[in-house]
Design a protein around this ligand. Structure first.
Ligand code: ADP
Ligand code: ZN
Length: 737
């Protein structure tokens, strides 16, 4: 049976006999099993034998059957879990069809915590078996503390007793032996929303915010599918506004998902949430421990957790009663998953809301062109917030022309910017210097022969990281120490760094401002929530004067004392043939600029650039976002590029360049000739070799009314791909590398 002809009935118990299941493996078909005696319904999760393994499987429905019954394998058991809701099953099928991946691969993302399918662990606990009033027994103080703690006749775990009564396990064992307490087995506590501990702080909204809140709540109360864009300048209170929507949905006793592009940076967000709601939301991201992962997954499924803050993958959690998705910083490229199952999380979030017939809220100060066009064409609502909350005005932005600045070699901070930083230091305010390059230097070159240190697995330079004495490839995990002599000409100690990364910029800042307190903020220095938390606190407590940061510092943070922002190289993001390079650079610089002067002290922003007349720079100088977008729109429309046309990439790769070229010719030869469809390529991908694989790329471009998936399917389905080569499809590609 083709996966698209799903059975529609859902709640009835299926008769015993043949059933179809979907397995979490990348195969585009259902498998038939025999259900002898289990009471199964569509959406149940069961365990089945598959080859030599046992796999979880999703029950799709009864089936007429083609396999001889004696050959059918039996469903082993049903997991003690709720059913996957029908809307989630529909979503899995839709995601699979849209992104052209097998539904099993999508199911695998849903079943991302396999241990969580099993019943929660049983653990040992104790109850009181002793009446203290009646007995005249003399007790040691430790024993007495335990019995006092258990006097309310509640069951407590060993851990709880140890912590609360401050005793050793030996004392607990002793009490049990003497019959004072009884041991019982309990189910390990499921994760629930932490109980409300703190007082909830609700804001008083200003006029504009108030309007935004009521508009948003009106959309929610329709209790049907709709999409709202909260489009507001940085610091306008967008978060406060969508918190009201969350509050409303919680009153309806439904679940909420908040998607953030960089979950590693979410600690301050979690604090803020807790201040507003009085409890901590569940979290979902790749750094969770196995145990937390399992507990969260199960608790979300069982409806015990009402709010999840998560990264992309949280979209595939099996929510039992999801009622709202918020996509914060919806324009962020981080929402595009470019490895494995490729999908644009923001767009899939909208599809998820459609499947469940509830609201999606997209939030940004610099919305993506896609989203704005969806608004302009009437598909989304727009909720504007045009002024910063409180007294804060947008900071003044100035360009510094690098062509006229007489920078000497090895220095990157112009005199003008140095002066501004000095003045900021004198006012005891803070500066952010933004350079979106990790490490010390992006390139090392042999002084004698010009040899460049490159990754042997990728077409990429090795990036020097002095802090760990390593040269690293940022595309694979290749790393070496600095070679003492050149591989090519043998010259000794001949490599020298070209261009700055944040570590190198730090050297210059220390040299120029020896008494300033300086901190580098990049994904290397702020890995993990603890370090990030410490960093943020240090900035807020005025323990840092100058922050040198990559994009990790650009977003979301609210630092009242930052009044000077210097962008070291505003042209950096513009190179490269990426369709969205301009849009992304604009968004990033706009975000960075928005860090300055967020409270009562006025802020300034300086963009060092060699193209001060570039339309993008000019738009930044006048905070003319809409002017920039109009330009961008015109360009994309003219080229028929998204969001005005559709685009997909077909990427071929193999370790052997001949194999990939042969495959490319075969595929090129069978390219379809449809009117309105343009096929570009095969071209050598910009990163021609990635992790040792040679890469070729086709781009397929067509108008909006054409079903691009269908075109791709009929083109590629009969191509024989050699086992040592791969063909990947990327619908709406972002990364043009
Ligand atoms: P955005 O998400 O638009 O960047 P935030 O929601 O982070 O803006 O708001 C910026 C700052 O202003 C935050 O510190 C926030 O708590 C504060 N703020 C915004 N609106 C209000 C309000 N109505 N009452 C109190 N504080 C507010
Ligand atoms: Zn590499």
């Amino acid at each position: 049976m083709d996966v698209e002809d799903k059975q529609s009935d859902s709640s009835m118990t299926l008769p015993c006999g043949r059933i179809n299941v979907l397995l979490p493996i990348p195969v585009s078909q259902y498998y038939e099993y025999l259900n002898e005696d289990l009471s199964l319904r569509i959406g149940d999760l069961v365990e089945v034998p598959f080859g030599k393994r046992y796999l979880p499987a999703l029950v799709i429905g009864s089936v007429e059957g083609q396999v001889e019954i004696s050959k059918l394998k039996r469903v082993l058991s049903k997991y003690d879990l709720p059913r996957i809701p029908e809307e989630m099953m529909n979503f899995v099928v839709w995601v699979s069809a849209y992104n052209m991946v097998s539904p099993g691969a999508v199911l695998k993302m849903v079943l991302s915590a396999p241990q969580a399918l099993l019943p929660p662990r049983r653990i040992k606990a104790f109850v009181n078996a002793f009446d203290m009033q009646k007995q005249g027994v003399k007790l040691t103080s430790g024993r007495k503390r335990v019995l006092d703690y258990l006097a309310d006749n509640k069951t407590r775990t060993v851990q709880e007793i140890i912590e609360f009564a401050r005793v050793t396990p030996a004392i607990i064992r002793g009490l049990q032996r003497s019959g004072f307490i009884d041991s019982v087995a309990i189910t390990e506590k499921n994760l629930k929303d932490t109980p409300k501990t703190k007082k909830v702080v609700t804001p008083v909204f200003n006029l504009e915010q108030g309007k935004a809140v009521s508009k948003l709540l009106n959309s929610l109360r329709e209790q049907t599918f709709n999409v709202s864009l909260i489009d507001g300048v940085t610091g306008a209170g967008k978060t406060e506004v969508y918190f009201e929507a969350i509050s409303e949905v919680l009153k309806q006793e439904k679940q909420v998902l908040i998607l953030l592009p960089e979950i590693a940076l979410s600690q301050p967000f979690l604090h803020r949430f807790e201040t507003r709601f009085g409890f901590r939301p569940g979290q979902w991201h790749s750094d969770l421990s196995g145990k937390m992962r399992n507990q969260t997954w199960r608790a979300v499924f069982e409806g015990e957790v009402s709010v999840v803050v998560g990264a992309r993958s949280a979209l595939f959690l099996p929510f039992s009663k999801l009622g709202l998705i918020v996509v914060d910083e919806e324009h962020e490229a981080g929402f595009k998953q470019a490895d494995g199952v490729k999908y644009q999380c923001r767009d899939m979030a909208v599809a998820r809301a459609r499947a469940g017939q509830f609201s999606a809220v997209l939030v940004s100060a610099t919305p993506s062109l896609e989203t704005l066009i969806n608004f302009e064409q009437g598909r989304y609502n727009r909720i504007p917030l045009n002024s910063r909350y409180g007294v804060a005005d947008l900071p003044e932005v100035k360009a510094i022309d690098l062509g006229k600045s007489n920078l000497i070699k090895g220095q990157w901070i112009t005199k003008r910017l140095v002066n501004e930083i000095s003045e900021t230091l004198e006012r005891k305010e803070q500066t952010i210097l933004f350079l979106n390059r990790r490490g010390y230097a992006p390139l090392n070159l042999c002084r004698v022969c010009g040899h460049r240190l490159e990754c042997p697995n990728c077409s990429a330079w090795l990036v020097e990281h002095k802090s760990i004495s390593r040269l690293q490839c940022h595309h694979c995990d290749y790393a070496i120490t600095m070679p003492s002599s050149c591989f090519k000409c043998g010259a000794v100690d001949s490599f020298h760094a070209v261009g700055p990364g944040v570590e190198r910029l730090e050297e210059e800042v220390r040299f120029r401002f020896p008494s300033a307190r300086i901190s580098v903020a990049s994904s290397d220095t702020l890995s993990g929530p603890v370090r990030l938390g410490e960093f943020i606190k240090a900035v807020q407590d005025s323990k840092i004067d100058i922050i040198i940061g990559t994009q990790v510092i650009a977003k979301g943070h609210h630092f009242p004392l930052v009044t000077c922002v210097g962008v070291i190289d505003a042209d950096l993001g513009l190179a490269g043939g990426d369709l969205r390079a301009g849009e992304r650079t604009y968004q990033l610089l706009h975000q960075v600029a928005g860090r300055s002067g967020r409270e009562s002290r006025p802020g300034k922003v300086f963009l060092q650039t060699s193209q001060p007349d570039h339309p993008l720079i000019k738009a930044l100088l006048s905070w003319d976002r809409d002017g920039f977008l109009e330009e961008e729109k015109r360009g994309r429309k003219g080229a028929g590029m998204p969001p005005f046309g559709k685009l997909a990439a077909v990427i071929l790769s193999a370790k052997d360049p001949r194999i990939v070229d042969d495959l490319a010719s075969v595929i090129a030869a069978s390219a379809p000739y449809n009117s309105g469809v343009q096929i570009l390529g095969p071209a050598i991908a910009p990163i021609a070799i990635l992790r040792g694989r040679h890469r070729r790329r086709f781009l397929v471009k067509c108008s909006k009314n054409i079903n691009i998936q269908k075109i791709l399917k009929s083109w590629l389905q009969n191509i024989k791909v050699p086992s040592n080569a791969r063909v990947d499809i990327d619908i709406d590609p972002y990364n043009f590398m």
